[in-house]
Design a binder for this molecule. Sequence first.
Ligand SMILES: NC(=O)c1ccc[n+]([C@@H]2O[C@H](COP(=O)([O-])OP(=O)(O)OC[C@H]3O[C@@H](n4cnc5c(N)ncnc54)[C@H](O)[C@@H]3O)[C@@H](O)[C@H]2O)c1
Length: 433
Amino acid sequence: MNQAMITRRSFLAKTSVATIATVSAATHAFAASGSELKLALIGCGGRGTGASNQNLNVSKGTKLVAMADISRDRMDKSLAILKKQHPEQVDVSLGNQFIGFDAYKEAIAQADLAIIATPQGFHPYHLREAVKQGKHVFVEKPLAVDAPGVRTVLAAAEEAKRKNLKVGVGLQRHHQVGYQEAVKRLHDGAVGDITSMTCYWLGNARGGLERLPGESELQYQLRNWYYFTWISGDFIVDQHIHNIDIINWIKKGHPVRAQGMGGRQVRNDKRLHGQIYDHFFVEYEYADGSKLSSQCRQGQAGTHTVVSEHVVGTKGKADLNVQNKIFRITGPNAWDLRLKTSEDGHQLEHFPLIEAIRNDKPYNELEQAAYSTMTAIMGRMAVYSGKQVEWDEAFNSKLQLMPENVTWDMEPPVKPDAEGNYPIAIPGKTVAF
Ligand SMILES: NC(=O)c1ccc[n+]([C@@H]2O[C@H](COP(=O)([O-])OP(=O)(O)OC[C@H]3O[C@@H](n4cnc5c(N)ncnc54)[C@H](O)[C@@H]3O)[C@@H](O)[C@H]2O)c1
C-alpha cells in the first residue's frame, strides 16, 4: 500500500466504532510520497469546495491544479478557502481557472481526478466528458434530473469500468459505519424477509434567491438552481435520494412502480420559489411486492422533522437514524449501535476512492447511485403526473428536462408568465414522463 495515504480501514482500526469522531485534516493527512495526483474541481460552490478540502485531506500527494465554474466570483471564493486550508496542495494558475459552460472540458484535461459538484442537471454530461477523457471522478449526488440523464450516466459507468477508471459518488451514507453494519446484518437475514419499508426527510430547506438587478432569466435560474426542476430535479431528487438510496441498498434493487401525491403550500413566493414542490409522499412497490412509504417535506416551519429509514421483516425490524446516531435491530437478532458523535461521511467517502486510485483497485459507485437517482425521479414523475408509473416507462422516458448543451444566449427551458409565475406541475394534467 502506498504509505502516503491513510485508508478508511486504518482510520477505523484506530477508532472504536462507538467513538468515531469527525475526521480532521490535521490528524489524518499524511506526508506525500509517490506520484502526484492532479485534481480538478468542476463547480466551485459550497459542496465542491467542501469535497475538494476533504479529498485533499486524504493524501498530501494530491494537488488541486484546475478549476471550472460559470461564475468568477464563486471560483475566487472557493480558491481562497482551499488555499487557506491546503497552502501546499493548491496551485491553480490563472491559466488553469476556466470560466463558462465549456470550462469543465478544459479543467478536466489538466487533471487525473475530477470532482464534479455542479448542479445535478449537468452531472451526466460533465461525468461523460471526464470518462471520455480517461479521468477518475468523484461526482456529487444526484446523478441526473431526468431519465435520459440516468441512461447517459449508466453508459459512462460501463465506459469507466472498461477504462479501469475509479468513480466515487457523493452518497456518503455508504461510507458511514452505522449504515454499513446495519445493512450487512439485514443482508444476512437479521429481520428475515423484509416486507415493508419507510423513509423520511422532513426538515431543512435551502432558501430561495431573489433576482439581482440586470440578471438575465437564465442567469437567475442557474443561480437559484435548486428551485427549478430542469436543473435540480426537485428536492425529492436532490435531498430525499439519500433515504431512498438506503432502502434500495437494503433491498438490493429498485422498485418496479410508484404512485403518490404532493404539492407546494408554503413555497408560493414567485420572487423566490421557482417551480418546485414542498412536500411529496410516494408509495413505491418492489418486485417482491413489498412497499416503501417515502415522505419528504421542506420549508414548512412548525412541522414534525425527522430524517430516518425503517424496515419491517418477518423476524424483526430495523430503525436507522443518522440524526440521533442510533442504528437498531429488534427481534431475535437484536443489535444496536449508538454513535457518540456524528461520522463525517463527506470525509470518509474520499478514503476508498483515493485508495482505489493509488492501489489500482476496482472502484465504481455509479450504478447503485444511478438507480437510486432514477428511483427518486420516478417518484417525482408519479407525483407531478398523478399517475401510477411503471419502472420501465420511467426509465425509458424520453422526456429530457436538462439540455445537453447550455449557452448564455439560449432561452431557459421554463419561463415565467406575464405575472412572474413559473409553471408548476399539476397532477392529472402535467406530462411528467
Ligand atoms: N452529498 C451531499 O450531502 C450534498 C450536499 C450538498 C450538495 N450536494 C450536491 O452538490 C452539488 C452542488 O451543490 P452546492 O450546494 O455546492 O451548490 P452551489 O450553488 O453552492 O454550487 C454550485 C456551483 O456550480 C457552479 N455551476 C453551475 N453550473 C455550472 C456549469 N455548467 N459549469 C460549471 N460550474 C457551474 C455554480 O456557479 C456554483 O459555483 C449538487 O449536485 C448538490 O446536490 C450534495
